[in-house]
Design a protein around this ligand. Sequence first.
Ligand code: NDP
Ligand code: MG
Length: 380
Amino acid sequence: MKKVFILGSTGSIGVNSLKVIENLNDEFKVIGLTVNSNVDLLVEQIKKYNPEIVAIRDKSSAEKIKDLVPNDVKLFTGEKGLIEAAVSCDYDIFIGAMVGFAGLAPTIEAIKRGKRIALANKETLVVAGEFVTNLCRENQAEILPVDSEHSAIYQCLVGENLSEVEKLILTASGGPFLNKEKSFFDIATIDEALNHPNWKMGNKITIDSATLMNKGLEVIEAKWLFGLPKEKIDVVIHPQSIIHSLVQFVDGSVKAQLGLPDMKLPIQYALTFPNRTQNYFTRTDLTEIGTLTFTKPDYSKFECLKLAYDALECGGTAPCVLNAANEIAVDKFLKKEIKFSHIPGIIYSALNKFVSNGLSDLESIFEYDKKTREYVRTLN
Ligand code: NDP
Ligand code: MG
């Protein structure tokens, strides 16, 4: 039986991970669960999955439920509590299902312990790709991507030689504003931006999907997962989200992975790899889907995608600045402090202000993340 620790168990990926584990019956056991503040759902999860350890980042939320946590379950609180939980129990697989830069530090602890990391938290690789991949090598930890595009590429690469890859092709749905004029971004509401046509996800990634920053972050994520330069990573708009990504090889052959837009499949693959396990998930019926279409992304309309390629080109701390500026800008949009159309300008301004120091050590990453956040909070 494999023991599983879930960082961010109450989110969209966390909840789907628990459904997958439930379906895998006796093969996997939940050992640790962490949340920010959704203690009601955490209490339900504790009852159902009986973990050894839980961590709640928000201390006042933890205070509310501490009497509801059974005595035999260890409870940690605060930011440090996430790290203490990740190092205090024994597990085989760490699911990184927390959102944002805040997921980096606990994930590093799991990597240091040489665990399998089923990684949904793309920000970890975006901000610290070089550091994290080196740390994995040193500690024999393996990253299995949960992000559906990267899972698709991972599946296409089984049995292949990376040196024979000509390019990776990441598919993007295009989000809710694919067919809107750029001028619409000035009046786009939060509800409209959160209304993703194909996927049901947490708010932050859903806004990233509307700006196409999500795809930009995924280009950077792909660079570190597969060790390929940005010139070999393309993006194609595919509104149906059935082809999750493709790999083109040096002989011109293209492999793709298809499936319905449902994160349970990539999560399960990351847990069971190199095996595949029978499940009850809905099957893809191509005759029902009928048409699959593809177009080039409009980089002048979706400026965030272009900014991500630029940050990747700069290297060093630039992707960290891109990410921090984006996290704060998205948060500001969700709080109605800025318009949707302001997001790329804010990120551009941060990238210009904090030019990369060319380094990718952890100290630089935390420093640039912090100062970018402070700066972007002052913008509107
Ligand atoms: P959600 O917002 O739905 O969930 C986030 C989870 O992290 C929740 O459990 C939340 O706890 C917890 N959390 C958030 N902030 C903190 C914090 N500061 N400290 C501790 N815990 C925190 O996000 P998603 O599940 O949508 O996404 C998770 C990650 O996976 C993101 O990096 C996203 O980009 C990536 N991803 C998601 C996909 C999806 O389909 N959702 C697809 C591909 C990648 P609480 O509930 O208490 O707030
Ligand atoms: Mg994705």
